[in-house]
Design a protein around this ligand. Structure first.
Ligand code: SD4
Length: 337
């Protein structure tokens, strides 16, 4: 019900009462549910679903789910992905549970599953965030194995190609390259890819929410660069009373608007997930102005009722939604420009 108190809360945030009261939720809430960014999310969701359908915890589901993508050597996430300018793959990840516990790692090298290390940071240290050499040292102390310092075949070719000009021009989310699809798939036929991340959020049968995000970051980034993905509040945010959100796209800009946290706060005010994501992408558009056409950013969200939604800046973003064994579907995110 739309009441005076709600109106005052919304006015103080500068939100529109009309769009709030006029919105009809897109989907009927359901649980368990898992949603994740991009088409690689279909395979990741499947692994997460195995846990959710057996009454497992959302935290275990979002960890297990994105490990599938980290494992896919010909994918854009994990050790097979594009390196930084100096030819090294550096990984970022974070995880957050229903008790607001969270863990992150960034600038982590030669460790296969950064998401598992992030969980260990959350559970086995007094800290939230470890980076670089310290994160790697910690991983080794937890029994993780140091992988070889080498690039996958695709990444090596992409890197050599990049070195010819050495220009940092992130082309994320290129649409319809080689006329393959109407949206950007995880990997094109020529072995290139244009996104580097998977974000996953889930609600389990008990109604608890958790989320994860893991990435190799933007290909050919400066050495040491960290994007939004491992940053709690930017790349991922979970509030078990309200909902969860996870972002993908140009990390620098998602950090600027505190993307995922902003979406959760809008859901707290009563906005349904899609509407909340749209408002935050609108903020990003406002901040970027003309330059918005050069980047992509997208956010997906679930609320406590199990309703979900997404919004992106430009066409070309898709996300995967799983609500049952035979209902793991790919949806196009709505775009602003
Ligand atoms: C980053 N947000 O490192 C990530 C990149 C991404 O699909 O999402 N790519 O900025």
């Amino acid at each position: 019900m739309f009441n005076r108190r709600k109106f005052l809360e919304m006015s103080s945030l500068g939100l529109s009462a009309i769009s709030f009261s006029g919105f009809t939720p897109k989907n009927k809430g359901t649980k368990p549910i898992v949603i994740s960014t991009w088409d690689a999310g279909l395979r990741a969701n499947k692994a997460a679903w195995e846990i959710l359908r057996n009454n497992g915890r959302a935290l275990d589901a979002v960890e297990r789910g994105v490990m599938v993508t980290e494992d896919e050597i010909n994918c854009c996430v994990g050790l097979g992905a594009n390196p930084d300018r100096e030819g090294h793959v550096t990984l970022d990840a974070c995880i957050m549970d229903e008790h607001a516990n969270c863990g992150s790692v960034a600038f982590l090298e030669r460790i296969k599953h950064p998401i598992q290390v992030a969980r260990k940071v959350m559970e086995n240290t007094p800290h939230v965030f470890l980076v670089g050499e310290g994160a790697q040292q910690f991983a080794l102390s937890q029994g993780f194995v140091l992988e070889k310092d080498e690039l996958s075949k695709d990444a090596e070719r992409n890197y050599k190609e990049w070195l010819k000009k050495s220009e940092y021009k992130p082309i994320i989310n290129v649409e319809n390259k080689n006329n393959q699809t109407a949206w950007a798939p995880t990997r094109f036929d020529d072995g290139t890819w244009n996104h580097d991340t998977i974000g996953m959020i889930a609600m389990d049968a008990a109604g608890n929410l958790s989320g994860s995000c893991t990435t190799s970051g933007m290909g050919f980034k400066m050495r040491g660069r960290i994007g939004d993905s491992p940053i709690i509040g930017a790349g991922l945010f979970v509030d078990n009373e309200v909902g969860a959100a996870v972002a993908t796209g140009q990390g620098e800009d998602i950090i600027r608007i505190g993307g995922s946290h902003a979406v959760v706060e809008l859901m707290r005010q009563g906005f349904p997930p899609e509407e909340a994501c749209k408002k935050v992408i609108e903020r990003l558009l406002k901040v970027k102005g003309e330059k918005a056409k050069d980047i992509q950013a997208a956010i997906i969200a679930i609320n406590k009722k199990g309703e979900y939604g997404a919004y992106c800046l430009q066409t070309g973003f898709n996300y995967s939604v799983c609500t049952a064994d035979d209902k793991n579907i790919l949806l196009n995110g709505k775009n602003l420009i």
